[in-house]
Ligand binder design. Structure first.
Ligand SMILES: C[S@@+](CC[C@H](N)C(=O)[O-])C[C@H]1O[C@@H](n2cnc3c(N)ncnc32)[C@H](O)[C@@H]1O
Length: 196
């Protein structure tokens, strides 16, 4: 199986949210920050009738892009270095695609590169989005992009936001009553459920 870098409780919590979209005829899951692909593999097995999109550089954090940006915390930029020492370098898109092909997983689409304004151009509705980019700037950028695509009854999971300075940085998306906010793993995870 492909590796997961987050702990088992986090991984199982993602399976729980994926199980809440299983009833959909064609559920769509997007993961922003794929790393070794473990979440995509596990969730692809829960929604074999759905479509999964994984976005990553597949080369690790884009440090060059963020290093001079004001407000970017170097601890966030470097936080994967320890993981790469233990688990090896990031898995390339080609290796991950080969693994999915070899294991008859045909519903995962990998998108390589810096996530940008056009990343969601070909994706209409999203039922579950996991944002796991470690760095507050792209997390904010992706949240802004993603939330208009979320279906009613769908979810946005924001991982590791407890390490960000401001506790409420994600609230800019929440019009009154649009999302119900929960903290299933205390400050390690914020989940926004779109209720209307
Ligand atoms: C914490 S890891 C993702 C872990 C994965 N979700 C899991 O559960 O195993 C963060 C990933 O975000 C990617 N990343 C960070 N900023 C990015 C950006 N602006 N565009 C594309 N990928 C980015 C890094 O390459 C890294 O693989």
């Amino acid at each position: 199986m492909l590796k997961l870098i987050n702990d088992a409780i986090m991984a199982d919590t993602m399976l729980h949210y994926a199980s809440l979209i299983v009833h959909k005829e064609h559920p769509v899951f997007c993961e922003f920050g794929v790393a070794y692909g473990g979440n995509l593999e596990r969730i692809s097995r829960i929604i074999p009738h759905g479509t999964l999109h994984g976005f990553d550089t597949f080369e690790g954090h884009p440090k060059e892009h963020y290093k001079d940006m004001s407000g970017v915390d170097t601890r966030q930029l470097n936080c994967m270095d320890r993981v790469y020492k233990i688990h090896g370098p990031p898995t390339t898109k080609e290796c991950m695609n080969k693994y999915f092909n070899d294991n008859n997983i045909n519903n995962v689409h990998l998108h390589k590169g810096l996530i940008n304004d056009k990343s969601l151009n070909n994706i209409k509705e999203i039922d579950f989005a996991l944002l796991d980019l470690d760095i507050v700037e792209p997390m904010r950028q992706v949240l802004k992009m993603v939330h208009p695509h979320i279906s009613v009854g769908g979810f946005i999971a924001l991982h590791d936001v407890g390490t960000f300075d401001s506790e409420d940085w994600y609230r800019f998306v929440c019009k009154p009553d649009e999302y119900v906010v929960s903290y299933p793993l205390k400050n390690a995870l914020v989940v926004l459920e779109k209720v209307k």
